[in-house]
Design a protein around this ligand. Structure first.
Ligand SMILES: NC(=O)c1ccc[n+]([C@@H]2O[C@H](COP(=O)([O-])OP(=O)(O)OC[C@H]3O[C@@H](n4cnc5c(N)ncnc54)[C@H](O)[C@@H]3O)[C@@H](O)[C@H]2O)c1
Length: 367
């Protein structure tokens, strides 16, 4: 039975990079490697222009019904002055909230051909392959009470609450352990158990889960400040890192930059199990809508293409097809083909569609 994919290309370079993903999906469908039924909808500023909201109810319903959602990027100067309630980003937040996407997967993978783009030394990052699993719907960004109040002495006070329950910790840790099974069988759980009770609970619950269900996964606990240091000192010691919303926000950006290029970074957000082994999921590049280069055919489509590869791998278990696509990306980079953002001396500069052409050729060669 064919799987339903909802594509929400969004704004700015979103539709440009998504055009290249759609070419790859068509190629894979035509080859019989996949059987995807693709539908498309609007999100962000482009949805606001048509519907007056950044995500229409019908599009939300389609996302809930889809087997996976692939998103481009949202936002841009045209919509910067809109009221907060209808800003393009609210469309994304609605998707994340209603699909209950609690686990954010951010790989930091260094392609050999691009290792020199990292700000760290070549031998420290070459061959790097880390997966950061960030809790996305709990913790200090959502905890109550919160707010700014005026105290009796006239001083103002800003308040946020870091809070986690057992079930929130267990479900994110399960995602990390399950991923580790398919990778290097090693998980680092990261918190501040030395100074925060929520961190201590996190540590105890992750350890309990590991002992009960994941005996052959090596688990290490690490304080978040040490993890930040270790990520730039010796990042290859890590396989899977699982951490809360706040620390994950910082550490995933830090790890991403080890790879040296925003235009190469994919991500996945995974939701609750909704039965039949199915989980809601949304895949999107880490980068935004890049208004400075939008409409010029210059954007690097690889982050979006690698997000599609994560969809193949994590939503549909099509490991061979995902490997084939990842290897084709390697081939193209090894051939010295580059968009402007990853350009190096002696390489061949191409635009968005030129990168898509090269990738399809590399896929043909591997098929
Ligand atoms: N998930 C999302 O949709 C998302 C994420 C971040 C920012 N945004 C929005 O995007 C808009 C621009 O934000 P920003 O400039 O801070 O971040 P950005 O990621 O859009 O761009 C940062 C820089 O990286 C470059 N860049 C980004 N992606 C690229 C690609 N694929 N190929 C080549 N170069 C690329 C841009 O040209 C720019 O110079 C804002 O409206 C912001 O709110 C959306």
């Amino acid at each position: 039975m064919s799987k339903k994919i909802l594509i929400l290309a969004g704004d700015g370079i979103g539709p440009e990079v998504m055009t290249e993903v759609k070419r790859i999906i068509s190629w894979m469908n035509a080859r019989g490697l996949t059987d995807f039924a693709v539908s498309e909808g609007l999100v962000g500023g482009s949805a606001y222009d048509v519907h007056g909201v950044p995500l229409a109810d019908e599009t939300m319903a389609e996302a809930m019904d889809a087997d996976a959602v692939l998103l481009g990027a949202v936002g841009g100067p045209k919509w910067d002055s809109l009221d907060f309630s209808v800003k393009p980003e609210r469309g994304l937040l609605r998707l994340r909230k209603e699909m209950e996407l609690f686990a954010n997967l951010r790989p930091a993978l260094v392609f050999d051909a691009l290792a020199e783009a990292s700000s760290l030394k070549l031998d420290i990052v070459k061959g790097l392959d880390i997966m950061i699993v960030r809790e996305l719907t709990g913790g200090v960004y959502f905890g109550q009470p919160r707010g700014i109040t005026t105290l009796e002495n006239g001083e103002r006070q800003g308040l946020n609450t870091q809070v986690y329950t057992t079930s929130e910790i267990v479900r994110i840790a399960e995602v990390a352990f399950d991923l580790a099974y398919k990778r290097g069988k090693k998980v680092h759980s990261v918190e501040k158990a030395n100074v925060m009770e929520s961190g201590l609970l996190w540590r105890e619950e992750v350890q309990k889960l590991r002992d009960a269900k994941y005996g052959d996964i090596a688990l290490e606990h690490m304080y978040a400040d040490n993890c930040a240091m270790q990520l730039v000192r010796n990042p290859k010691q890590f396989d899977v890192i699982v951490t809360d919303n706040l620390f994950g926000d910082l550490l995933s950006d830090c790890a991403a930059m080890l790879t040296g290029s925003l235009g190469m970074l994919p991500s996945a957000s995974i939701g609750a199990d909704i039965g039949g082994g199915k989980r809601r999921a949304m895949y999107e590049p880490v980068h935004g809508s890049a208004p400075d280069i939008a409409g010029q055919g210059k954007a690097n489509p690889l982050a979006c293409i690698l997000s599609y590869s994560m969809m193949l791998r994590y939503s549909f278990g099509m490991l061979d097809v995902a490997d084939m696509l990842d290897n084709a990306v390697q081939d193209v980079l090894n051939q010295g083909i580059r968009t402007g953002d990853i350009m190096q001396a002696g390489a061949t500069l191409v635009g968005t569609s030129g990168m898509g052409d090269a990738l399809l050729k590399a896929l043909e060669a591997r098929a």
